[in-house]
Design a binder for this molecule. Structure first.
Ligand code: ZN
Length: 454
C-alpha cells in the first residue's frame, strides 16, 4: 500500500486542502481524507491524470518528416498518408517497441496516466504474417511493461482499401486482416494482455468506414463484449464524400443509423459533422476522441465543440500522429480553435466552471470512459491515475482552485508536472520518468538506424 498527501487537490467533491490518499496494491484508491496530516510522499497540487485515448505509436518517429510541400499544389492529409506508408515499409518489431516505449514515457511525463493504442500495424512487409500473429501487439505490451503506463489495447480491423471493397495495396498490406484473421489476432492479443496489471484491458476497433464493410464492423463490435469500440470517423472532407457517395449518408449519420452507438463507443475525430449529427452523437452516450494537435497538423478542420459541449457530449483527448506529446498543448489547441472560429474568448467555459476546469474534468472523465478504465476522478474505488503539479512554478505561484488548471492549460509548460501515477504505479518523479535514460538511449539508436533505412 502507498500513501500520497497533497497540499491542494481536486477530488470528486471539489478542491480541498491537506488531502491524503491511501492506494491499494491493486492500484485503486482505498481512502481519501481531507484535512489530513502530511505523510512521507508529499506533493503540492494533485488532480486526476487523464488517459490519452488515441495513439498510433509508430508514427512518433515520423515527427518532423512531413512538413515540406509534396508534389501537389495543396498539400493535405492524403500526401501525409503517402509518407506514412513509405515509413511503414521499413519498421521492424524492435523499432516499434523502442518507439512505443519512448512515446509512452513522454505521455506519462506530460500528465497522461494511460493510453488507448489504436493498433493497426500487424504484419511484416508486404502483409506477410509473423509466426506470432500478435507479434506487433506483443511489442506494444512490452513497451507498456517498460513504462508502467495503463493500456487499453485496440487491435484494429483494416480489411479493404475503400468503401467499394477494393483490395489493400502497398503500405496498407501490413495492416490487413479478414474477419477470421482478426478474430485470431484479437484472441492472441487478449492472451498476451494477461501478463499486464488488471487496469490494462483490451477493446476492439475498426479503422474507418472506408476500411471495413458494415458486416465486418458488426463482427468487430461483437468480438469484445462490453469493451470499448473505437473507430476513425468524419475526419476529412474526402472521407465524407466517399461515404456519402457509397451509402447516400454522411459517415456519422450512417453509423448512428446502422449500428447501436452507445457509451462503449469512441468516435475518433468526428470533425466533419452537421448540427444534427453533433447533437445526435452528444445524446448517444458515446465519447468523441479529439486529437487537436494532429487535426491542426493535418489541416482536418475544426470540431464543433461549443455545440457539442452545449448538448452535454462527452469528449476525450488523443495524440494520434504523436507529432507532439503535451496534455496542456492539446487542450489549449482545442480551446483556441473555438476562439478563432467564433471570434470570442473563453468559448468553452460555463457559468460555474472556467475553460481549464471544463477541459481537464472532461478529458479525465471522457478518457476513462473511452478506455474502459475505472478512473477520471479522484475517489475511493477508482484507479489512482494522478497528476501532481509544482506550486512553486512561476505560473502557479499564489494560485488556487480552477485558476491552477487554467494556468496549466494556457501558460502550461511541461515542467509544471512533478509526479504521475498510473493505477498507483509512481512512474514520473521530479518531472522525469524513472527509466528515462535507458528508454531514451534505445529510442535514439532506433531513430538513427531508421533515418539510414528510409
Ligand atoms: Zn488516428
Amino acid at each position: 500500500m502507498a500513501t500520497v498527501w497533497a497540499k491542494h487537490a481536486l477530488i470528486d467533491t471539489g478542491w480541498h486542502d491537506n488531502v491524503m490518499l491511501d492506494i491499494g496494491a491493486d492500484g485503486r484508491i482505498l481512502s481519501v481524507s481531507v484535512g489530513a496530516k502530511p505523510c512521507e510522499k508529499q506533493v503540492d497540487i494533485l488532480v486526476s491524470a487523464p488517459a490519452n485515448t488515441h495513439s498510433h505509436a509508430f508514427q512518433r518517429a515520423m515527427a518532423g518528416l512531413s512538413e515540406a510541400r509534396g508534389p501537389h499544389a495543396h498539400d493535405s492529409f492524403w500526401t501525409w498518408r503517402d509518407i506514412m506508408y513509405r515509413f511503414v515499409d521499413v519498421l521492424t518489431p524492435d523499432d516499434v517497441q523502442a518507439i512505443a516505449a519512448f512515446l509512452y514515457m513522454e505521455m506519462l511525463e506530460a500528465g497522461f496516466a494511460a493510453v488507448a493504442e489504436f493498433h493497426y500495424l500487424h504484419h511484416g512487409v508486404g502483409g506477410q504474417a509473423y509466426n506470432n500473429v500478435a507479434e506487433m501487439a506483443s511489442r506494444i505490451i512490452g513497451a507498456v511493461n517498460q513504462t508502467g503506463i495503463g493500456l487499453t489495447l485496440l487491435p484494429v480491423l483494416y480489411a479493404q482499401g475503400g468503401c467499394d471493397g477494393r483490395a489493400l495495396a502497398g503500405g496498407q498490406m501490413r495492416f490487413g486482416n479478414d474477419i477470421d484473421g482478426y478474430a485470431k489476432l484479437h484472441a492472441q492479443s487478449a492472451k498476451l494482455m494477461t501478463a499486464l496489471p488488471d487496469d490494462c484491458v483490451i477493446g476492439a476497433s475498426a479503422h474507418s468506414l472506408r476500411a471495413v464493410s458494415s458486416q465486418q464492423l458488426e463482427c468487430v463490435t461483437n468480438v469484445a463484449y462490453d469493451a470499448p469500440i473505437h473507430i476513425h470517423i468524419a475526419e476529412q472532407d474526402g472521407e465524407v464524400a466517399e461515404v456519402l457517395a457509397y451509402t447516400g449518408k454522411r459517415p456519422v449519420q450512417w453509423l448512428l443509423d446502422n449500428h447501436a452507438v452507445d457509451a462503449r463507443w469512441c468516435l475518433i475525430h468526428a470533425t466533419q459533422m452537421t448540427q444534427g449529427e453533433t447533437i445526435a452523437v452528444a445524446k448517444s452516450g458515446a465519447v468523441v476522441g479529439l486529437c487537436p494537435i494532429t487535426e491542426s497538423s493535418l489541416g482536418d478542420g475544426i470540431f464543433p465543440a461549443r455545440e457539442y459541449f452545449g448538448a452535454g457530449g462527452a469528449f476525450s483527448i488523443g495524440s494520434d500522429s504523436n507529432i507532439r506529446i503535451s496534455l496542456a498543448d492539446e487542450l489549449r489547441t482545442l480551446a483556441y480553435s473555438q476562439r478563432l472560429q467564433h471570434k470570442e474568448r473563453a468559448v468553452l467555459a460555463t457559468d460555474q466552471r472556467s475553460v481549464g476546469r471544463v477541459l481537464m474534468d472532461g478529458a479525465a472523465r471522457g478518457g476513462a470512459q473511452a478506455c474502459g478504465r475505472d478512473s477520471g476522478v479522484i475517489a475511493v474505488g477508482q484507479y489512482a491515475d494522478l497528476l501532481a503539479l509544482d506550486a512553486h512554478h512561476s505560473d502557479l505561484l499564489g494560485k488556487s482552485g480552477d485558476t491552477i488548471l487554467d494556468s496549466f492549460v494556457f501558460c502550461g509548460a511541461q515542467n509544471m508536472v512533478t509526479d504521475v501515477w498510473s493505477a498507483g504505479r509512481h512512474m514520473v518523479r521530479d518531472g522525469q520518468h524513472i527509466h528515462y535514460a535507458d528508454i531514451k538511449a534505445a529510442y535514439n539508436n532506433t531513430i538513427l538506424s531508421l533515418m539510414e533505412r528510409l
